[in-house]
Design a protein around this ligand. Structure first.
Ligand code: NQM
Length: 356
């Protein structure tokens, strides 16, 4: 890493991954030590500042994200992917979750940086998610051994079309981390589900909303925000999450009956701003949870016969394919697959704000 990063700059690629956007680094280009690395990422993004005007962050949690990628030493994985959520107006960096949207860019980035050799015409990159210890696989179009970002897949929340990236995630941890399909938290019925992202399922009607409200309307509803946060603190305690107030998980979902031909309608607090669409692994977690009889959302859901679940969100729909199984001890487990797109936006050196 350059001795004076703010003068020399650091190699960095800006990518859109799914419906999010972030700065991608090779791990050898950033400090290995956690505090120094987090401090650097805040100076790269322009945090703390609601506008992130002095950095490359986009002034929203969905565009204030970092992926750090390296060659993996684990059997069955080509690369390791560490995700960091960088605060916008608060000086915080969290590694308590991964991000399935930035995951879509990890395979292309690894190929672009020579960490994985591309095949012709398709390359599969196996990715270890360092935040959760899950294994993902990404199938990328690479005609002639070069990533082809172009294509005809449209995803809701992103204008136009791009090349499909098929993602799948396998997990060994239980789907319901508390051991119960349903819990009672702060006077509300909830299901705490983790199919890649710790997620709390709640019935929107119990919170006095229809589920059709826009993200802005929900964010303006101070009483609702406070109630959702009260449930989040209770759920975090059940999950054994220390210092939950400063963490980005669990994600909070208000569910209602579908209104646009999907299986379920969602509004997600992530956890304080409301998502303009839905995260990849959040969708996988909701889709898995509502399949289980007794879980919150199961009786609201219109489930079809296959393993695809169409999740309605504020920006359209998301098709999540999940497989949910129950072992002989009654423990539920999930895995998921979905299609995303990603695009290289800019490649060069980023100049972090100097330390003051
Ligand atoms: O759930 C947002 C996103 C995410 C996470 C967040 C994600 C996922 O939409 O897999 O992608 O974590 O707040 O990028």
């Amino acid at each position: 890493m350059a001795a004076d990063a703010s003068r020399e700059g650091i190699p960095c690629m800006l990518m859109r991954g799914g419906t999010s956007k972030g700065a991608y680094f090779v791990s050898s280009d950033v400090p290995a030590e956690r505090d120094a690395r987090n401090d650097l990422m805040m100076r790269v993004m322009g945090t703390p500042d609601p506008a992130q005007i002095d950095g490359v962050g986009g002034a929203h949690p969905l565009t204030s994200k970092v992926a750090i990628v390296s060659t993996s030493e684990q059997d069955g994985a080509d690369v390791d992917y560490l995700f960091l959520q960088v605060g916008v107006d608060e000086p915080v960096v969290s590694d308590s979750q991964t991000c399935g949207n930035l995951l879509a860019g990890v395979g292309p980035f690894a190929i672009e940086r020579g960490l994985v050799r591309a095949e012709d015409p398709v390359t599969t990159v196996r990715i270890r998610l360092l935040n959760t210890d899950d294994i993902a696989s990404a199938r990328i179009s690479t005609p002639g051994g070069v990533v082809d970002y172009d294509g005809d897949l449209a995803i809701d929340g992103v204008p136009g079309t791009a090349g499909a990236i098929e993602l799948s995630v396998t997990r060994s941890a239980p789907l319901f981390p508390t051991g119960a399909v349903r819990d009672e938290v702060a006077g509300h019925r909830v299901s705490i589900v983790d199919n890649g992202m710790p997620t709390v399922l709640m019935d929107a009607a119990e919170f006095g909303i229809t589920g059709s409200e826009s993200p802005a309307e929900l964010e303006e509803n101070a009483a609702l925000r406070a109630e959702v946060e009260r449930v989040r603190m209770g759920a975090a305690a059940l999950l054994g999450i220390a210092d939950a107030a400063g963490q980005t998980v669990p994600k909070m979902f208000l569910l209602s009956a579908p209104a646009a031909g999907g299986a379920i309608r969602t509004r997600a607090f992530i956890p304080h701003r409301v998502h303009t669409s839905i995260g990849v692994l959040m969708a996988a977690s909701v889709a898995a949870g509502i399949r289980v009889p007794g879980a919150v959302g199961h009786s609201l859901a219109a489930l079809g016969p296959g393993d695809e679940t169409l999740i309605e969100h504020p920006g359209g729909t998301f098709a999540a394919r999940v497989i949910v199984t129950q072992d002989e001890d009654g423990v539920w487990r999930g895995s998921s697959a979905s299609e995303r797109t990603a695009r290289k936006l800019f490649d060069g050196r980023v100049f972090p704000r100097p330390r003051r």
